[in-house]
Design a binder for this molecule. Structure first.
Ligand SMILES: [Zn+2]
Length: 231
């Protein structure tokens, strides 16, 4: 393989390696960013806690209501049993019964509120659990796909690096020095081809002496863009 062909191949490899490295960096960034998953986990935990608290709040009201209803029942039994005849005692029992009735009514309202809150909390908890499952499945698939893609890209990178080494071995050192010098000054494409008498990169008509050098396989540079010029 003439050094000019090796140089063109070296540039192609260089460009492909840049793309591979860029994609590998993107993959690393996506794999590193687990924020969607941790957000969903945090939301699910929070909703679960809220639902748990709402269940407990409802149970507390139920317990208090049952206790108060029993107390009311006992007070009224006493009141209407005929066993208590003392007017003062009867009046006290009457007052206590009224107060307990009010308290029962209040607790019944509280219970309704607690039940609504508990239902809402359960719904929210179910929703965040479903979301978390969805996000977890999505993440697992994404990680598997990216890991597989990364493995392919890493293999390809190794192959290209080896090929670059053997291409480099065929290119004179002075040309390699020019290549590296020109890389950053030419947007990463330091080698152009001579198409007829025109540079493939900048479209400038190349001077005859330069064309001759190119055709002889000598070191030559485009008169327009200063790139290494090969046939
Ligand atoms: Zn040019």
């Amino acid at each position: 393989m003439p050094w000019t062909d090796a140089l063109l191949r070296f540039q192609d490899i260089d460009l492909e390696l840049q793309k591979l490295n860029q994609r590998l960096a993107e993959i690393e960034a996506v794999l590193h960013d687990t924020s969607a998953l941790t957000d969903a986990q945090r939301d699910a935990e929070q909703a679960d806690k809220t639902a748990h608290t709402a269940h407990k709040a409802q149970k507390d009201v139920e317990f208090e209501l049952q206790k108060t209803q029993t107390e009311l029942q006992q007070t009224e039994q006493k009141l209407y049993s005929g066993n208590v005849t003392n007017p003062r005692q009867l009046e006290d029992l009457q007052a206590k019964s009224q107060s307990l009735r009010k308290w029962v009514a209040k607790l019944e309202d509280d219970l309704l509120e607690a039940m609504v809150a508990r239902e809402e909390a359960d719904e929210a908890s179910d929703k965040t659990s479903v979301h978390l499952r969805h996000i977890t499945t999505k993440r697992t698939t994404l990680e598997q796909n990216l890991a597989a893609e990364r493995a392919v890209l890493q293999t390809r990178t190794q192959t290209l690096l080896q090929e670059a080494e053997s291409a480099k071995a065929r290119i004179p050192q002075v040309i390699m020095d020019s290549y590296h010098y020109l890389t950053s000054r030419t947007g990463g494409i330091p080698v152009a081809r001579l198409h007829g008498d025109v540079c493939s990169m900048c479209g400038v008509e190349v001077l005859k002496p330069t064309q001759r050098k190119v055709k002889n396989g000598e070191e030559a540079y485009c008169d327009g863009c200063r790139r290494l010029l090969v046939a």
